[in-house]
Design a protein around this ligand. Sequence first.
Ligand SMILES: [Zn+2]
Ligand SMILES: [Zn+2]
Length: 367
Amino acid sequence: MHSWEWYVSKVMRLSLRWLRLCPHQGKSMQLKRLQDLWNYGKVILNSLYFNVLTNWDTVLDSMFEPIYWLVDSLTRWFGVVFVSLVIALTSSIVVIVYLCVLPLIIDTYPTHWVIWHLCYGHWNLVMVVFHYYKAITTSAGHPPQEKSDIPTVTICKKCIVPKPARTHHCSVCDKCVLKMDHHCPWLNNCVGHFNHRYFFSFCLYMTVGCIYCSISARDMFMDAYSAIEVKAENHSKTRKTSTYQTPPPPFTYQERLFHKSLLYLWVLTSSVALALGGLTIWHAVLITRGETSVERHINRKEKRRLQEKGKAFRNPYHYGRINNWKILFGVEKTSHWLTRVLLPSSHPPCGDGLTWDCPPHRKTMAI
Ligand SMILES: [Zn+2]
Ligand SMILES: [Zn+2]
C-alpha cells in the first residue's frame, strides 16, 4: 500500500512531464519569440533611414550619397591646400615688395611719393591680413539644435532640425548655416551671417591691393621685361655674328632674380586683380540687391514662377540699396564708415541671423 503523499508526488511528476513534452505550446512560444525578433529588427532597420519627409528626391539623394561624400571630402581636403596656397602666394608678393620694390621706390621716388607708398601699402596689407584671418576663423553661424521659439520656415532633411529664414544646409560642413552665401574653398569655411562682411572685405581689399601692386610695379615690370628681352636678343646675335665681337656683360645672379621676381609679381597681381575683381563686383551686385548667392538662384526661380501667374516678385530681405550695405558692414552712424569699414574692426553683424522680419537698425538707417 502506498501513502497519499506518494500518489500526490506521482501526479505532479506526470503533469510536469506532460508539460515538458507538450509540442504545441513550445512551438508557439518559439514562433512568438521569432516574430518579436523580426519586428524588433524591422524597427531598428527603419530607424536608420525612416523620415516622415521621405520622397523620391531623398531616395535619389541617398543613392548618390557616396559620390557627394567623395566630392565633399575632396573639397574639405582642397580647402586646406587652397588656404595654404593663398598664404604662400600673398607672402611671396609681400617679400618681393619688401626686397625689390620698396628699396627701389625709396631710392628713386620723391619723398611725398615714398610716404604715400609706405602708408597706403601697409594699410592695405593690414586690411587684407586682418579680414582673411577673421574670414577663415569666424564661424558663419548655425541655428540652435535644441527646441526653441525661433520662427522657422522649413525643416532641414539632413540635420532633421527646423531651419530659420535664409538658412541653408552646407554639405561640405554638414551643418545648417545662417544666411548661407556659399562654401568657400579659398577660406576652407562657409560664408554666412557672421563672416559675410569679413569675406567681402577680404575680396575687396585683396583686389584693391593687387591693382595697387600691378600699377605701382608696372614701370619696373617693363624695365625688367625689356632687360630680359635685350639679354636674349644679344645672346642670339653674338652667336650668329663674328666671334671677335665683345659680348655684353652678363647679368649677375641677383639681377636675374630681381628681374624674374618683378615679372612674377606683376603677372600674379594683375591676374588676381582681374579674377578676384570680377568675383568682388558680382558679390557687390548681390549685396546691393539684398541677396546671397544661394538666394540668387531661389529668387530667380520664384520670380519666373510668379511672372507666369502675372504677379510681381519682391525680395523680402531687400531693405534699400544703401541700407543693405549698412547692414552688411554694421554701419549705424557716419563715423562707422571710417572705424568699421576702412579700419580693422571685429564688431558683430546686425541681428542674430535667426530672424529677419525687421532689420535691427532699419529706423535709424531710413533715408
Ligand atoms: Zn542642415
Ligand atoms: Zn560649408
